[in-house]
Design a protein around this ligand. Structure first.
Ligand SMILES: Nc1nc2c(c(=O)[nH]1)N[C@H]1C(S)=C(S)[C@@H](COP(=O)(O)OP(=O)(O)OC[C@H]3O[C@@H](n4cnc5c(=O)[nH]c(N)nc54)[C@H](O)[C@@H]3O)O[C@H]1N2
Ligand SMILES: Nc1nc2c(c(=O)[nH]1)N[C@H]1C(S)=C(S)[C@@H](COP(=O)(O)OP(=O)(O)OC[C@H]3O[C@@H](n4cnc5c(=O)[nH]c(N)nc54)[C@H](O)[C@@H]3O)O[C@H]1N2
Ligand code: SF4
Ligand SMILES: [Mo]
Length: 748
C-alpha cells in the first residue's frame, strides 16, 4: 500500500487533476482527481500511464559536457562557470543578436520562462523561440488585432454551447477541452445539442457527429467564405450584436459580395450544398461554438482562415460571449504583446521575420543560425523543448546545431536535442517540483493549480529549470548584491517579505526591473523553490481584473491578498478557484471602446484573392507528389515527445502510417507492408496500416515518433519529412499538408 497524493497531469494542456499512489518513490496507481474543480475526475489513457514519464532509462542524473563525440559528467560549478563565460564572450564579440532562448516549458509547466526570458533580456536579445509559434502565431496575430492587443488569446467555451463545431480538431484523441470525451458523448447523446465536424477524414471525433462535412483537404477558406455568404443571403446574421459590439462590419461585409457559395462548395470543397446551408443555419441560429485546431493552424491559409472564423463568430454573435468564443483572463498571458507595425520590434537577421506574442517561429531558426550574416545566432539555450524531434526539418536542425558556438540543453532526459548540445543540465521533472502552466484558463471563474512535488528527485543533482537559469544570471554578474534583510524577511512570511521588498525598491529604484529575479533569489531561498517565488510574483503582478475578481471571491483587497491566496494555493494541491470575473467578456478587450475590431485591413486583399479559380489551382498537388502527408497525428498513442519508453504503448500498433483502403489498392499495398514515403525534404520507410480513419489521397504519420530510447530509435521521425519551406505567411509550418508520394517497398 502506497500513499495517495494529489497532482496534475503534465501530458497535455488540459492538465487534468490526478491522484497518484506512490510507493517507494514509484507511481503504482493513477486515477483522475474528483476534487479538481476543472477536470472533475477525468483522466485519459495517457494520464493513467504517467509513470513512464516520471521514470525512464533516459533520465539525466548530472551535468554533462560534450567531449569529442560523447558527453562526460562535470560538476555544476564547472557547467555554470563555463557556460556563463562563453555566453558573455559571444555577446561581446558578436552582439546581443547572437543569442537565442528556446522553449522554456511545454504543456506540463512553464515557470522556467520566468527566469529564461530575463536571461535573454540581460544579454540584450529578444530572440525567443518556442513551440507556440509552431501552431498559434496565425491565430494569436488575428486575436491581437481583433481584441486590441496580443496576449488576449481567445478560446472556445464548448461546455456551455448547444452546437459544437469541431473544425480541424480531433478532440476524441487530442482532448483540448476539459473532459473532452464526456463533452463529445454529451453532444452525441443529447437531442438538444448538435456536433458538427469539419474534417476531410472520418476522424474518431467525426464518428459522433450529427453532421460531418468531409471537405477536400485545404479547401477551408472557400467553405468559410461560402458559409458567411449563405448567412448574409439568408439574413441570419445577428444585427443587434453587430451594432452593439462590432466595429468595421460595414467594410468587412462587402468582402463577400458576389461570392458564389454554391459553386465553391460543390466544385472545390466537394460537399453537398444543402448540407452546408444547414451548417450555416445551425451555426447562426443556435448557441454555437467553433473549436478550430491544428487542421486549421498547421495548414495553408492559416491566417485568413482564423480571420474568417472570427468574422463568422462575430456576425453570428458568438465572439466574446459565454458558450461561444471567449477571451479568458490569465494569471499570466502566454506571451507578451508584439506589434510588427512598430519599427522597434525586432526582426530576424536572415528572414526579417517578426515575433507574434513575443515568440519567433521555429521554421526559420535553422536559417537564422546557418546564415552568413555577422549577427547570426551562435549561442542557444534550449529548455523543456525538443526541436530535434518537435520542430520542422530535422535535417536542417542537425546542420544548424553543428554551426552553433555554444548549445545548452536543460531537460530531464537525454533527448535527441540534448545529444547535439555542448552542455546538458539536468532538471527536476514536473512531478518532482512545484510548477504550473498558463493553461489554467477558465471563465468567469478563474481556476488555478500549482502542482506540488509528489516524487523525490531521481537525481540528487537535478534542479528546477528556473533555478538553473538564475544561477547563470548570477554567474554573469547581472544581479546586484542583495541585502541579508531580504533573505531574512522571506522566512517571516510573504506579507513581511513584501514590505521589506517594497522598502528596498524605494531605496534602489534602479533595480525595480529586476524585481521578479530578486524575488526568485531571496524569497526563492526562503521557500526552497524558485518556481514558488515566481508564482508569488505572478500573484503580485496580476491584472486589475484578476484582483477585482479575487476580492469578489472574498480575498482581502489589501497587500495581504497575496499571502492569503498563496496559502490557499498551497493548501489546495488539487487546484482551486481564485477569482470570479465581474462584468461581461467584452470588458476583457483592449480596444478603446471595448468593441471587437473586426477590420484587419492587411487581410482584405488575400481574403479576396482567394477566389474559387485561384484556390482550385492552388489546391492542385505537384505531379511527383500526388498525396498529402498529414505530418503528425496527435493520436492517443502519442504524448508529444514526453513518453520516451516505447513500452508505454504496450502491444498497441503506433509506429505506422495510416492509409485509405482505396489508395492502398491503387498502389498495390497491403496492411503491414513496408512503404517508402518521399517528400521534398527526405524519404523514410514505414509500415502501412490500412485505416478507416484515413481520407483518400492522404497518409498520416503520428507526431512524436523516432525517439531514441536507450540508444535505439523507435518509429519514424515525421519532422525529417518536413522541409523548412513548408510554412505559411506567419511562418507556421504546414504540417497538415506536406505533398508526398508513396511506393511499396516490401510485402510482409
Ligand atoms: N493523445 C494526444 N493528445 C494530444 C497530444 C498528443 O501528442 N497526444 N498533443 C497535444 C497538443 S500539443 C496539441 S496542439 C493537440 C492537437 O490536437 P488536434 O488539432 O486535434 O490534432 P490533429 O491530430 O492534428 O487533428 C487535427 C484534425 O484536423 C484534420 N485536418 C487535416 N487537414 C485538414 C483540412 O485541410 N481541413 C480541416 N478542416 N481539417 C483537417 C485532421 O484530419 C485531424 O482530424 O493535441 C494535444 N493532445
Ligand atoms: N511534424 C510535426 N511536428 C510537431 C507537431 C505536429 O503535429 N507535426 N506538433 C507540434 C506541437 S502542437 C507541439 S505543442 C510541439 C511540442 O514539442 P515540444 O515543445 O518539444 O514539447 P514536448 O515534446 O512535450 O517536450 C519537450 C521536452 O520537454 C522535456 N521535459 C519534460 N519534463 C520536463 C521538465 O520537468 N523540465 C524540463 N526542463 N524539461 C522537461 C521532455 O523531455 C522533452 O524533451 O511539437 C510540435 N511538433
Ligand atoms: S486529457 Fe491530457 S491532461 Fe488529461 S489525463 Fe489525458 S493527457 Fe493528461
Ligand atoms: Mo501543441
Amino acid at each position: 500500500m502506497g500513499e495517495w497524493k494529489k497532482s496534475g497531469c503534465i501530458l497535455c494542456a488540459q492538465n487534468c487533476g490526478l491522484e497518484l499512489e506512490i510507493e517507494k518513490n514509484h507511481i503504482i496507481k493513477v486515477r483522475g482527481d474528483k476534487d479538481n474543480p476543472r477536470s472533475l475526475g477525468y483522466c485519459c489513457r495517457k494520464g493513467l500511464r504517467i509513470a513512464h514519464y516520471a521514470r525512464n532509462g533516459d533520465r539525466l542524473h548530472y551535468p554533462l559536457k560534450k567531449v569529442g563525440d560523447h558527453h562526460e559528467r562535470i560538476s555544476w560549478e564547472q557547467a555554470i562557470g563555463e557556460i556563463s563565460e562563453k555566453l558573455l564572450s559571444i555577446k561581446e564579440h558578436y552582439g546581443p543578436k547572437s543569442f537565442a532562448y528556446v522553449g522554456g516549458g511545454n504543456v506540463g509547466g512553464q515557470m522556467e520562462v520566468g527566469t529564461g526570458l530575463r536571461l535573454l533580456s540581460f544579454l540584450g536579445s529578444r530572440y525567443y523561440y518556442s513551440s507556440l509559434a509552431q501552431e498559434f502565431s496565425n491565430v494569436f496575430w488575428v486575436d491581437g488585432r481583433i481584441a486590441g492587443k496580443q496576449g488576449l488569446t481567445s478560446m472556445s467555451d464548448a461546455h456551455r454551447a448547444d452546437t459544437l463545431v469541431a473544425w480541424g480538431w480531433n478532440g476524441w484523441m487530442s482532448h483540448q477541452e476539459p473532459r473532452t470525451r464526456i463533452l463529445l458523448k454529451e453532444f452525441a447523446e443529447n437531442p438538444q445539442k448538435k456536433l458538427i465536424v469539419i474534417d476531410p477524414r472520418l476522424s474518431e471525433t467525426a464518428k459522433f457527429a450529427d453532421i460531418h462535412l468531409a471537405l477536400r483537404p485545404g479547401s477551408d477558406t472557400l467553405l468559410l467564405k461560402a458559409i458567411i455568404r449563405i448567412i448574409l443571403d439568408q439574413e441570419w446574421e445577428d444585427k443587434k450584436f453587430i451594432e452593439d459590439h462590432v466595429n468595421g462590419w460595414d467594410e468587412v461585409a462587402p468582402l463577400f459580395n458576389g461570392f458564389e457559395s454554391k459553386r465553391a462548395v460543390e466544385e472545390v470543397c466537394g460537399l453537398n450544398y444543402e448540407d452546408v446551408v444547414e451548417v450555416a443555419r445551425v451555426i447562426s441560429q443556435t448557441k454555437s461554438c467553433i473549436h478550430q485546431d491544428l487542421g486549421i493552424y498547421m495548414n495553408r491559409n492559416s491566417t485568413i482562415n482564423n480571420y474568417l472564423l472570427h468574422i463568422l463568430r462575430a456576425m453570428t454573435g458568438r465572439l466574446a460571449v459565454e458558450g461561444g468564443q471567449i477571451f479568458p483572463a490569465f494569471l499570466y498571458p502566454m506571451g507578451s504583446d508584439s506589434d510588427e507595425r512598430n519599427p522597434k520590434t525586432w526582426r530576424t537577421v536572415k528572414h526579417k521575420m517578426f515575433p507574434v506574442l513575443g515568440v519567433f517561429p521555429p521554421t526559420i531558426l535553422p536559417d537564422e543560425i546557418i546564415s552568413d550574416h555577422p549577427e547570426r545566432i551562435r549561442a542557444m539555450i534550449v529548455s523543456a523543448c525538443n526541436p530535434l524531434r518537435s520542430w520542422p526539418d530535422t535535417l536542417a536542425y542537425e546542420k544548424a546545431f553543428q554551426a552553433l558556438e555554444l548549445s545548452v540543453c536543460i531537460d530531464i532526459a537525454y533527448t535527441e536535442t540534448a545529444r547535439l548540445c555542448d552542455y546538458i543540465l539536468p532538471s527536476l521533472s514536473y512531478l518532482e517540483s512545484y510548477d504550473t502552466t498558463c493553461f489554467n484558463y477558465s471563465y468567469p471563474e478563474f481556476y488555478f493549480q500549482m502542482r506540488q512535488p509528489v516524487l523525490e528527485p531521481i537525481s540528487p543533482e537535478a534542479k528546477e529549470g528556473s533555478a538553473i537559469i538564475l544561477e547563470l544570471i548570477k554567474a554573469m554578474g547581472f544581479l546586484p548584491q542583495l541585502p541579508d534583510s531580504l533573505y531574512e524577511a522571506g522566512k517571516k512570511g510573504i506579507t513581511p517579505y513584501l514590505g521589506t521588498m517594497n522598502a528596498y525598491l524605494m531605496e534602489n529604484p534602479q533595480y525595480a526591473r529586476f524585481a521578479p529575479l530578486i524575488l526568485a533569489e531571496t524569497l526563492g531561498k526562503a521557500l526552497g523553490s524558485v518556481n514558488q517565488a515566481l508564482i508569488v510574483g505572478l500573484l503580485i503582478n496580476s491584472s486589475k481584473a484578476f484582483k477585482t475578481g479575487a476580492v469578489a471571491m472574498g480575498y482581502p483587497a489589501d497587500m495581504t491578498m497575496v499571502e492569503k491566496m498563496f496559502q490557499d494555493i498551497l493548501e489546495h494541491p488539487q487546484g482551486l478557484v481564485l477569482a470570479k470575473f465581474q462584468g461581461d467578456n467584452f470588458q476583457m478587450l483592449r480596444t478603446e471602446d471595448k468593441k471587437l475590431a473586426l477590420k484587419i485591413e492587411e487581410l482584405f486583399e488575400p481574403l479576396q484573392a482567394a477566389t474559387i479559380d485561384k484556390e482550385r489551382a492552388d489546391l492542385k498537388l505537384p505531379e511527383n507528389y500526388p498525396l498529402i502527408l498529414h505530418a503528425g497525428l496527435h493520436h492517443e498513442t502519442v504524448a508529444n515527445t514526453m513518453m520516451r519508453n516505447p513500452q508505454w504503448n504496450g502491444s498497441e500498433r503506433w509506429a505506422t502510417m495510416l492509409m485509405n483502403e482505396a489508395d492502398a489498392k491503387d498502389l498495390g499495398i497491403s496492411d503491414g507492408d513496408k512503404a517508402k514515403i518521399t517528400t521534398k525534404a527526405s524519404a523514410a520507410e514505414i509500415e502501412v496500416e490500412i485505416s478507416p480513419y484515413a481520407a483518400q489521397g492522404c497518409v498520416y504519420i503520428r507526431h512524436g515518433g523516432g525517439l531514441i530510447y536507450e540508444g535505439t530509435q523507435y518509429g519514424v521521425n515525421v519532422n525529417e519529412l518536413v522541409h523548412s519551406t513548408d510554412r505559411d505567411e506567419m511562418c507556421t509550418p504546414i504540417h497538415r499538408r506536406i505533398p508526398c508520394r508513396v511506393e511499396v517497398k516490401s510485402s510482409k
